[in-house]
Design a protein around this ligand. Structure first.
Ligand SMILES: Nc1ncnc2c1ncn2[C@@H]1O[C@H](COP(=O)(O)OP(=O)(O)OP(=O)(O)O)[C@@H](O)[C@H]1O
Ligand SMILES: [Mg+2]
Ligand SMILES: [Zn+2]
Length: 515
């Protein structure tokens, strides 16, 4: 008898249906085809053990299990359950109608005693099940909340092989897992602990951060040790606009593929804040490996990637980030396939101005030579610096003043302004898919939405000549100006918006370090 069960293979952050066909005939061997060699053997052993401990057997006949399409890379363990059910049905050890097997996509790793272990990539897999028209999906219990995010799909989370058998035979009745997405999504939105009001003074830096948050702009803070750069960066999430549902889904897909979505968790409700250490490798940062995995830039998708002590990162590591910074996706090619991971993140970086840290310090003396400062700055290439929209110097608040400064504005108030500015942007870009903020504008969109009047044009021209800015820096200024005008709620970009944006380029190579 030929029996078909269905699974799904994750590629990048989407998934494809996999059909598992089992045929049993006279003979004596177990053939499993369509999986990588080492995975086949392990899978076969787990299935045999799980069947035996649950009172079934692997029939002493010729068993051929084929997983199609063959050319898709499949990670072995997640198919254990669908394979086991397929063998059981084909050998008449369980009575399941074909019409029942056709209804479900089945995924799960088996332990030797038949228990079900959670798998990775459940969100893309569940979306694939819906897309392929399956009525439901059968999964390990730990994964059921994650899958239940997909509306219009019945999700059944089970503990072990026997439960799955009983469910398919119709002797175990189950309610599908249900989560109220709107509720899950919105009730968690106000759980941010670190607040802007903890930072005394630094009004200009906070203003720059507000602009960055409002437009999704990349930002670099330069300042001496102890000036509060790290402290400020860690508070940036508290003023970011909340996720829109689509953003949350996309970001969750990436973390789902990595297996970061833990038991009982459904959708990510907060924008990610990733802060990898400066010893990170290029693969860990941008993704890759023999079996490609998303890197930090993708884990930060729709959120923040914070690179503290920027010049300490290896130069090649910073350079591989240039392309994704521009394209907002990363392509990883292998001989037989290629994958793409989204990587639309806000880069927030911090650094000292020189090796000793005190260049331009109001009180302390810098002991570095001009050459040493130059070398230090050169660790960050011009093209990378060009891609950072907002560059700002952080001057320490003198210790004696820290206690005197009035308590500053709370994150909540700043965030309200940021949200208003984002709403304007969302309306502006409503006809474009995947564009949520000014930082994401293409050249074409900039021509349409960043119109500058004559007074503005001459201001820009003068600044470019004076500071020797690149064409890319010019684009960044326009985008940041657009955001500043949006924060003010005005349609046309005016000279004072441009002037503020130009000020955020003051650290560009040509004018900085050699002052
Ligand atoms: N404006 C401020 N208001 C309140 N506390 C501050 C302020 N500036 C600095 N501090 C205090 O100083 C500490 C050091 O700040 P932080 O670690 O953010 O400095 P940094 O600029 O990142 O320094 P480094 O270059 O050494 O990493 C903070 O944890 C905080 O306690
Ligand atoms: Mg720091
Ligand atoms: Zn110095």
């Amino acid at each position: 008898m030929l029996v078909k069960t269905y699974g799904s293979a994750v590629l990048g952050i989407s998934a494809t249906k996999v059909t598992i066909e089992t045929e049993i005939s006279r003979g004596a061997k177990f053939y499993l085809v369509g999986l990588p060699d080492n995975a086949v053997k392990e899978s076969q052993q787990r299935i045999e053990a799980a069947l035996r401990t649950n009172g079934f057997r692997v029939p002493g006949k010729r068993i051929v299990v084929n997983m199609a399409p063959a050319d898709i890379r499949k990670e072995g363990a997640a198919y254990d359950l669908a394979l086991a059910i397929s063998v059981l049905a084909a050998s008449d050890q369980i009575r399941v109608e074909e019409s029942v097997l056709e209804k479900y996509l089945i995924m799960g790793e088996l332990s030797l005693d038949g228990g079900l272990r959670p798998i990775r990539g459940v969100l893309p897999i569940a979306l694939n099940a819906k897309e392929e028209g399956f009525e439901g999906i059968i999964l390990p219990k730990e994964n059921s909340k994650e899958a239940a995010v997909v509306e219009g799909l019945n999700v059944y989370g089970l503990d072990n092989l026997m439960q799955v058998v009983d469910f398919l035979e119709g002797t175990l009745k189950l309610e599908a897992e249900f989560i109220d997405i709107k509720n899950e999504f919105y009730h968690k939105l106000d759980h941010i602990q670190l607040d802007f009001s903890d930072v005394k003074g630094q009004e200009n830096v906070k203003r720059a951060m507000e602009v960055a948050a409002a437009g999704g702009h990349n930002m670099l803070m330069v300042g001496p040790p102890g000036s509060g750069k790290t402290m400020l960066a860690r508070r940036l999430p508290s003023i970011l606009p909340p996720f829109v549902l689509d953003e949350a889904l996309e970001t969750t897909k990436i973390h789902s593929v990595l297996g970061n979505v833990t038991s009982g968790m459904s959708l990510m409700t907060e924008r990610p804040f990733r802060s990898p250490h400066h010893t990170i490798s290029d693969v860990a940062l941008v993704g890759g490996g023999a079996f490609p995995q998303p890197g930090e830039i993708s884990m930060a998708h729709n959120g923040i990637l914070f690179l503290d002590e920027l010049p300490e990162f290896k130069r090649n590591v910073l350079e591989v980030m240039r392309q994704p910074l521009e394209d907002r996706v990363i392509n990883i090619s292998r001989a037989k396939f290629s994958v793409q991971y989204p990587a639309s993140f806000m880069l927030v970086a911090a650094m000292n101005p020189c090796p000793c840290g005190y260049y331009n310090h109001p009180e302390k003396e810098c002991v570095c030579s001009v050459g040493a400062i130059k070398n230090y700055l050169n660790r960050i290439s011009g093209p990378l610096l060009d891609r950072i929209d907002i560059q700002i110097e952080v001057v320490p608040v003198p210790f004696k003043d820290l206690s005197k400064v009035r308590p500053s504005e709370s994150s909540k108030l700043v965030r309200e302004r940021v949200i208003k500015a984002r709403e304007i942007q969302q309306n502006r870009f409503s006809e474009y898919e995947g564009i949520y903020s000014n930082s994401q504008m293409s050249t074409k969109m900039m021509q349409k939405y960043c119109v500058v009047d004559d007074a503005g044009s001459s201001l820009l021209k003068a600044a470019i000549e004076r500071m020797g800015l690149s064409a890319r820096a010019y684009d960044r200024i326009l985008k940041v100006s657009r955001t500043i005008a949006d924060l003010e709620g005005v349609e046309t970009i005016q000279p004072h918006h441009l002037a503020e944006a130009i000020q955020y380029r003051s650290l560009d190579k040509d004018s900085w370090g050699m002052k």
